[in-house]
Unconditional design. Structure first.
Length: 96
């Protein structure tokens, strides 16, 4: 029994766009996370400071890291889908 992909795949014309967007998003997220690590490294007591609703900075920042990652994933998916549709619509007839 062969274990092949369910859908036929080919060259992805949006691959370079996806890579560029992915690298930018990774860089932004890495900087956001590095700030979290930097705060813990240089002023760990700052993480104990109450920020909002009785929650300290460590908790708020931690949730922000998770939420930002989820938002980035949704934005990445939306941007890639749009680019794929745009390129598919521009492709000559029978090129798929």
């Amino acid at each position: 029994m062969l274990h092949e992909p369910a859908a036929k795949t080919g060259k992805d014309p949006a691959a370079s766009y996806k890579t560029r967007i992915g690298v930018w998003m990774f860089t932004l997220y890495a900087a956001f996370y590095a700030a979290f690590v930097g705060i813990n490294l240089y002023d760990p007591l700052l993480m104990e400071k109450t920020i909002v609703f009785g929650l300290n900075l460590a908790t708020v920042y931690g949730f922000a890291l998770i939420i930002v990652a989820l938002i980035q994933a949704l934005v990445y998916d939306l941007m890639c889908r749009r680019r794929e549709h745009l390129l598919r619509d521009k492709a000559p007839e029978g090129a798929q």
